[in-house]
Ligand binder design. Structure first.
Ligand code: PLP
Length: 372
């Protein structure tokens, strides 16, 4: 057994997440512990709720940070809004759409999959038609499909769902803090995200927000939520005025999230989205000069996550290893059917800046020259 201290090597995190974290956030993590019912800690929770409402662009009372990574938000939305036998439409055009469909299937829901090939959007017209013919209880879509870099349009789908009396769930894991997620304007009933991508905090928290309609639907459930840990009605009693114990909140992560959200709001959402667009454009130009192409069509390409096609004859792993070992840069590989076919380059939160872009392009050029 070793007791040597662990010193993480210096890295630029340019994969699908986690993304780089500012020194302000790291410093917040080192603050002393507080009890999870300490009045000062409860004040911090209130402040985080206030900040999250601004970032989600919502007035939803039930807006909070769940313990766990983005997947805990996904599970929470599914198990709270669906009961066994309920019908849900899920848009599937990548790994995370598949994950949503799997979570809903395991929750006992009847899943209607509206699919598209990985790298394309799920056609809005097909989802809207299915809402008309299937009368689902819930429609669940991935806003930013991290496995393909595709930016899924969802506003017209949310409108159609609302008109049909269905609730809309939005996976905003890779979109929140990097592109518009106007929850109230679009009429989204439940949205979830993560701390470690666009919000530039460590992994471990999942911001979620639920509309009044969703709260009413949860109160009218015929069966109890299968998860006690992710039961939003119980969580609401911890985050609301009653402050009933539910779980031991990971207080250091809350310090970090508060600091990370403060940075987001100091920058301003519009400026932050513009910064992501600008560095995305810079990256795309540089990739084109290197002869590299993106998987997603330009009209639906996220500024946050880029699926770069690996040229024929280039060894995926050898390039990623060289970037990591020789240049200290992490990028991601492909998932599922895209394994070995794409690299995934993230420009998220703190990491969406000119230095990251230029360093990656220079490192890629040198590695490709050597290995091709
Ligand atoms: N949904 C999307 C779109 C994601 O990109 C991810 C993770 O990358 C998840 C859900 C799951 O989040 P986590 O890995 O934080 O549990």
């Amino acid at each position: 057994m070793t007791t040597k201290p662990f010193h993480p090597p210096s890295r630029l995190l340019m994969g699908p997440g986690p993304s780089d974290v500012s020194p302000r956030v790291l410093q917040a993590l080192a603050s002393p512990m507080l009890g999870h019912l300490d009045p000062e800690f409860l004040r911090l929770m209130d402040a985080i709720q206030f900040q999250l409402r601004q970032v989600f662009q919502t007035e939803n009372m039930l807006t909070l940070a769940l313990p766990g990574t983005g997947s805990s938000g996904m599970e929470a939305c599914v198990v709270n809004l669906l009961e066994p036998g309920d019908k849900v439409i899920v848009g599937v055009a990548g790994y995370f759409g598949e994950r949503l469909a799997e979570v809903a299937t395991r929750a006992g829901a009847k899943v209607v999959r509206i699919e598209a090939p990985w790298g394309e959007i799920v056609p809005e017209a097909a989802v809207i038609e299915a809402i008309r013919t299937e009368s689902p209880a819930v429609v669940a879509m991935v806003h930013a499909e991290t496995s393909t870099g595709v930016w899924q349009p969802v506003d017209r789908i949310a409108l159609a769902a609302r008109a049909a009396g269905a609730l809309t769930v939005l996976d905003a894991v890779t979109s929140l803090g990097t592109i518009e997620v106007p929850v109230d304007e679009w009429g989204i009933d439940a949205a979830y995200s993560c701390s470690q991508k666009g919000l530039a905090c460590p992994p471990g928290l999942s911001p979620v927000t639920f509309s009044e309609r969703a709260v009413v639907a949860m109160a009218a459930r015929r069966t109890p939520v299968s998860s006690v840990y992710l039961d939003m009605q119980k969580l609401a009693r911890y985050w609301g005025p009653e402050r009933v114990y539910h779980h031991t909140a990971p207080c250091s992560l809350f310090y970090a999230l508060y600091e990370g959200l403060s940075i987001v709001l100091e920058e301003g959402l519009a400026a932050r989205f513009a910064r992501h667009r600008a560095h995305h454009a810079q990256l795309v130009t540089g990739l084109e000069h290197l002869g590299l192409r993106l998987l997603a069509p330009p009209a639906h390409q996220l500024p946050t996550l880029h699926a770069v096609r690996i040229p024929d004859g280039v060894d995926d792993l050898a390039v990623r290893r060289a970037l990591l070992n020789d240049h200290g840069i992490e990028i991601g590989g492909g998932l599922g059917p895209l394994k070995g076919k794409i690299w995934r380059v993230g420009l998220m939160g703190e990491g969406s800046n000119t230095n990251h872009v230029l360093l990656l392009l220079a490192a890629l050029r040198s590695v490709l020259d050597r290995l091709s």
